[in-house]
Design a protein around this ligand. Structure first.
Ligand code: FE2
Length: 178
C-alpha cells in the first residue's frame, strides 16, 4: 500500500507532522476507493476502519499528550471531541453491511467529518503551531514513538476497540505549568 511505501521507502521521515499528514492522505485515498465502488469494497472498508481507528488512537495517546500546552489546549480539547464524533459514526458503520441503505450516506458523513478534522483543524491550525513550538529532532522523536504504536496496533484489527470508545472523548493530560 502507498502508506506503507511512504513509511518504509528511502524518503522515510519520522517527523510526526509528516507521518500524520501521510496517514491523512492514505485515509483520503481509501475513502475515494470505497466510494468509487470498484474492487473488493469490504476489504477496503476493513483497511480504512483499522487505519482510522489506529490513527485516532496514536494521536490521542502519543501526539496530543506530547504537544499539550497553553497554546494548543483549546484545539486539542476540540480535537478529542471531533474524534469522539468520528468514532460514533465509525462504530455504526462497523455493525452495518455494505449494501445497507444507509451505509453510503453514513460513509459520506464519516468522510466529511474526517476531512474537516484532518485538513481544517489539524493541518491548517494545529500543525503550524507544533512546527513553531518543536524542533525537527523533537518532532522526529514524537513521530518515532507514534509509528511504533501505530504499527503495533495494526497487527490486531484496531477497529474492534472503537465501539467501546464512543461514550466520552479521550482524556487529555493537564496543561503543563510553564
Ligand atoms: Fe485527529
Amino acid at each position: 500500500m502507498g502508506f506503507l511505501r511512504t513509511l518504509f521507502g528511502k524518503d522515510t521521515t519520522t517527523d510526526v507532522l509528516d507521518l500524520l499528514t501521510a496517514q491523512h492522505q492514505e485515509l483520503d485515498a481509501l475513502f475515494e476507493q470505497l466510494e468509487s465502488g470498484t474492487g473488493d469494497r469490504h476489504a477496503v472498508f476493513i483497511v480504512l476502519a483499522d487505519m482510522l481507528a489506529a490513527h485516532l488512537t496514536v494521536e490521542e495517546k502519543v501526539f496530543f499528550p506530547a504537544i499539550m500546552a497553553k497554546e494548543t489546549n483549546d484545539l486539542l480539547q476540540e480535537s478529542v471531541e471531533e474524534h469522539l464524533a468520528i468514532k460514533r459514526v465509525l462504530a455504526d458503520l462497523i455493525t452495518m453491511k455494505l449494501d445497507d441503505d444507509s451505509f453510503k450516506a453514513k460513509l459520506k458523513v464519516l468522510e466529511e467529518q474526517c476531512s474537516h478534522h484532518e485538513h481544517n483543524e489539524e493541518e491548517d491550525e494545529l500543525f503550524p503551531k507544533v512546527r513553531d513550538a518543536f524542533t525537527a529532532d523533537e518532532r522526529a522523536a514524537i513521530g518515532n514513538e507514534l509509528l511504533v504504536m501505530f504499527q503495533d496496533l495494526m497487527q490486531a484489527h484496531p477497529m474492534q476497540s472503537v465501539p467501546a470508545e464512543t461514550s466520552a472523548a479521550a482524556e487529555l493530560p493537564p496543561v503543563p505549568r510553564s
